[in-house]
Design a protein around this ligand. Structure first.
Ligand SMILES: [Mg+2]
Length: 166
């Protein structure tokens, strides 16, 4: 357990994370950030490619669960429903509280859990703090200057990731 901002793995997209990769690391539960990881900000429907990826992961026997700081309940609800996965809102990442709540709810240990998200300062720090495998993905869309700035500020930590996957 640590407060490290350095992700254990980095992938260009969720779509690169395969059942084989997860199983190879003993992962049975994959926690997912929602905004800009599973769906761009503001969208109510999942991108088709991510929906297909999620179906394949679930079919392989690995559970998916959304951990989002977002508290705009209706959009979160409709996206979670479309993906057919459970969720926790107002998760307070970078704190580990939301992750710990999810593990308790789902009866899983940190050692069999990973979290994938697009942000270093929330997702990766929360995952490392909770002792689950941290995976950073590229944001789906950087549509405003603030998101661009944040991405730029995160760049050193993305660069320090030792396991960059294609
Ligand atoms: Mg995000």
């Amino acid at each position: 357990m640590s407060f490290s901002p350095i992700p254990k793995y980095s992938f260009p997209s969720l779509r690169g994370i395969t059942p084989d990769f997860l199983k190879g690391h003993g992962i049975r539960l994959l926690l997912l950030d929602l905004d800009n990881t599973m769906a761009p900000y503001g969208t109510e429907l999942p991108p088709e490619s991510i929906a297909i990826w999620a179906r394949d992961i679930k079919k392989s026997g690995i559970d998916l669960f959304i951990i989002t700081n977002n508290n705009g309940s209706k959009r979160v609800e409709s996206l979670a429903e479309a993906f057919d996965v459970g969720y926790i809102m107002s998760a307070k990442k970078p704190f580990a509280t939301g992750i710990k709540r999810a593990l308790k709810q789902l009866g899983r240990q940190p050692s069999e859990t990973a979290l994938a998200g697009d942000q270093i300062y929330t997702d990766v720090i929360a995952a490392n703090s909770a002792g689950v495998l941290s995976i950073v993905v590229e944001p789906l869309k950087l549509r405003n200057p603030l998101l661009n700035l944040r991405y730029w500020l995160e760049a050193p930590f993305r660069a320090l990731c030792r396991n960059k996957m294609r």
